[in-house]
Design a protein around this ligand. Structure first.
Ligand code: NAP
Length: 263
């Protein structure tokens, strides 16, 4: 990983910040992206002496294009790009508004789409590169119905990721495209969900952000299409889709406690 330039969106806290620190320990150079300048600067300073912090709102296409331009201006190349920004929602299907859907699509889908589209010309020019999209187990099995439009947006992201990989396979075999599927992770994700909700850090058995960062670093070192972050998760997905009647499986879903929506 030494001197690899890795752009991480959503790196001012949580999984993105843990990934930046972990990459720094491996002597890769993280480019950390988020909206909060102070937090970003702190993460960058801790991660690597050459780390670059770029304040950007990745729901804005122009901001994402600026991240590519500023990174190339500083380092001359980008080796990997991790679309990690994401936001939850605490709203069941029957309460979803148009604005809820638009917000989930903007932050969980368009942010990653802009990243893939903005960095790809550079990857194609070099013939190498790695896109990692951070999805969720909820994008594979929507077992927490209160996360409704969040899970749907992650399923959307999964499809885009697969299709990009298919499109690149023949002409660009050294450009890798991967999806990572964390389960519940102990970050501020739950509290920051649209509509509020349960603190993910209180959820028994939640993974640490470092555990997910480890899995992402593993994928950077050994690229693969799908990355499940805990043993058993892949089997859980396979069992769900293999079921003759998914309704019987759904009856057993506990799902993460997300609390009562506040707004
Ligand atoms: N935590 C979980 O339980 C869990 C489970 C499965 C999957 N995931 C996925 O893992 C990823 C990371 O989640 P996390 O738990 O680390 O979340 P988090 O702690 O809430 O951090 C989210 C990060 O994204 C940044 N961000 C949010 N909106 C942004 C925007 N428009 N432009 C730029 N940056 C933005 C935030 O910084 P600023 O506010 O400073 O911009 C922050 O750095 C997400 O894709 C999430 O869906 C999380």
């Amino acid at each position: 990983m030494q001197d690899k330039i890795v752009v991480i969106t959503g790196a001012s806290m949580g999984i993105g910040a843990a990934l930046a620190r972990q990459l720094g320990q491996q002597r890769a150079i993280p480019v950390v992206v988020a909206r909060s300048r102070m937090e970003l600067d702190a993460v960058a300073a801790e991660a690597h002496p050459l780390a670059l912090a770029i304040v950007a709102d990745v729901t804005q296409r122009a901001d994402v294009q600026r991240v590519v331009a500023e990174t190339l201006a500083r380092f001359g190349r980008i080796d990997a790009w991790v679309n990690n920004v994401g936001r939850g929602i605490s709203r069941p299907v029957l309460q979803l508004t148009d604005d809820d859907i638009d917000a989930m699509m903007a932050v969980n889908v368009k942010s990653a789409l802009y990243g893939m589209q903005a960095v790809m010309p550079h990857f194609q020019e070099r013939g190498v590169g790695h896109i990692i999209n951070v999805s969720s187990m909820l994008g594979r099995i929507p077992f927490a119905s209160v996360r409704s439009a969040y899970s749907a947006s992650k399923a959307f992201l999964n499809s885009l990721t697969i299709n990009l990989r298919m499109d690149l396979r023949t002409d660009y075999p050294h450009i890798h495209v991967s999806t990572v599927y964390p389960g519940v992770v102990a970050t501020e994700f739950g509290l920051r969900a649209l509509g509020g909700g349960h603190d993910s850090r209180q959820f028994p058995g939640a993974a640490t952000p470092e555990e997910i960062a480890d899995a992402i670093v593993g994928c950077l070192l050994r690229p693969r299409a799908d990355v499940y972050t805990r043993p058993g998760q892949h089997a859980q997905v396979a069992a769900y889709f293999a079921a003759e009647d998914v309704a019987t499986v759904e009856a057993g879903f506990g799902g993460p406690p997300v609390g009562k929506p506040r707004g």
